[in-house]
Design a protein around this ligand. Structure first.
Ligand code: ZN
Ligand code: ZN
Length: 434
């Protein structure tokens, strides 16, 4: 699962895709905005909303705001980010800048969440925005921001409030995904892929989402019935045993936040996921897709785990950024999530590398280094940090998903007595959902 991030974006203004009439494109954006408010957030009448959006995604953000107020939002506060402004800091700021963050802003956001506001992030990041910048500075800036944002982020990861993330195609992102197309064609193709993946193309997208949620709920119930103690992933370069946390709970599709509102935290979502035990992961694993992390593509990741901790890690590209990320804190070398996604997922079938976790994690089974979700432990929402730790829930400033699933991966579930049974074969569910 992708927990929310503060987006950064470019100075170019988003245009409509050239191959669509203005009204068709507007209609599609309006449906995505409606899904964001009605399905993603299920925004309650009278609720406040804090929204972040890249400058390039303003047309979508405006429609989201319309739907929020129509749903009865008492106040929508929108924070706009911009790639050029982000780069301005990396190019010109004095060295001490990179240990600073806008703590006052994040405190305000946490305070809004505590008083009942919902949270929506529109993402459309340029995947290589910071790739030419000093990885040391990028690492420090991220660390400072993560620290300052922690009080707000904890309310998100503890699922205290309804929150969601949706995507908007932006010129810089489109160029990264479709480098050989003209800017107009690339943008149109990316919008098309986002709308399909976000399931807003059918005749009745809200009903389509209800059916999709039902299928995910059946799948998570099947896994919860089994209560496996370990998942065993096998495939080229991978022989990994992921121990699950004690009292783990599988999640997938819509879920009830602690404020009682049922929401879909990620649009799109195709995964069922749970909390691994931070001390019980052993073996080797190879990434099956590049990981886009803080403006750098990390490729060919190979990691060896011993007793839950990354003992060795290599990457054919972006090794320095990978190391920086894992050096964030002690928990950054341990797992906080394991998720299953069939290879036949629509996002996987699109064959695209979106270079954006919201999409790529829903194309393949994945693991995440860093913070665990307390909602993936039975009763976790009411537990103290110590109790969660005893169950095996990891704690970290980071939560970074990377893809380990493909059509070549088998997954077994191993019960407490050591008996194994197939969960996935060649990347597909071994048992069909009725
Ligand atoms: Zn996930
Ligand atoms: Zn995740």
């Amino acid at each position: 699962m992708l927990r929310e991030i503060i987006a950064t974006k470019s100075e170019r203004i988003m245009n409509k895709p050239a191959n669509l009439s203005a009204s068709t494109h507007e209609k599609q954006l309006d449906r995505l905005a409606e899904i964001a408010i009605r399905v993603g957030l299920n925004l309650a009448r009278g609720q406040e909303l804090v929204m972040t959006t890249p400058l390039d995604a303003l047309p979508l953000a405006r429609l989201i705001s319309d739907h929020a107020y129509k749903a009865g939002a008492s106040l929508v506060t929108t924070l706009i980010t911009d790639d050029a402004l982000t780069l301005s800091r990396f190019r010109h700021a004095p060295d001490e800048s990179f240990d600073k963050a806008s703590g006052w802003l994040f405190e305000g956001m946490a305070s809004a969440f505590r008083s009942g506001a919902a949270r929506l992030a529109v993402v459309g990041d340029d995947p290589s925005l910071l790739s030419a910048q000093d990885p040391g500075k990028v690492g420090r800036a991220n660390r400072a921001r993560s620290k300052a944002y922690l009080p707000a982020l904890e309310l998100i990861t503890d699922f205290a409030i309804n929150w969601t993330i949706v995507a908007a195609a932006t010129p810089a992102w489109a160029k990264a995904v479709f480098p050989s197309d003209t800017p107009e064609v690339a943008l149109a193709k990316l919008w098309d892929a986002i709308l399909k993946a976000s399931r807003v193309n059918g005749a009745d997208p809200v009903a389509g989402w209800a059916e999709h949620n039902r299928a995910l709920h059946v799948r998570k119930a099947m896994l919860n019935d089994k209560r496996y103690s370990t998942l065993h992933f096998r495939g080229p370069g991978t022989d990994l045993r992921v121990g699950l946390s004690d009292g783990h709970d599988w999640n997938g599709g819509s879920a009830k936040a602690q404020n009682g509102i049922v929401c879909n935290a990620n649009i799109p979502t195709e995964e069922v996921f749970t909390t691994p035990h931070a001390m019980r992961c052993d073996g080797t694993v190879r990434s099956t897709k590049p990981l886009s992390h803080m403006g750098t593509l990390i490729e060919g990741i190979e990691v060896r785990f011993a007793e839950g901790r990354v003992a060795e890690a290599r990457a054919t590209k972006g090794q320095e950024v990978l190391t920086q990320m894992m050096d964030t804190d002690e928990g950054a070398r341990r797992l906080g999530e394991v998720a299953l996604v069939p290879h036949s997922s629509p996002i996987s079938q699109s064959g695209l590398l979106f270079q954006n976790t919201l999409f790529d994690e829903n194309a393949a089974s994945h693991i995440a280094l860093g913070q665990a979700y307390s909602k993936c432990i039975i009763g976790g929402g009411d537990m103290s940090e110590d109790e969660l730790k005893r169950r095996g829930a990891n704690r970290s400033l980071i939560h970074v998903d990377w893809m380990i699933g493909s059509a070549e991966i088998d997954v077994d579930g191993i019960d407490a007595n050591g008996n194994a049974e197939p969960i996935m074969r060649k990347g597909e569910w071994a048992v069909a959902v009725k």
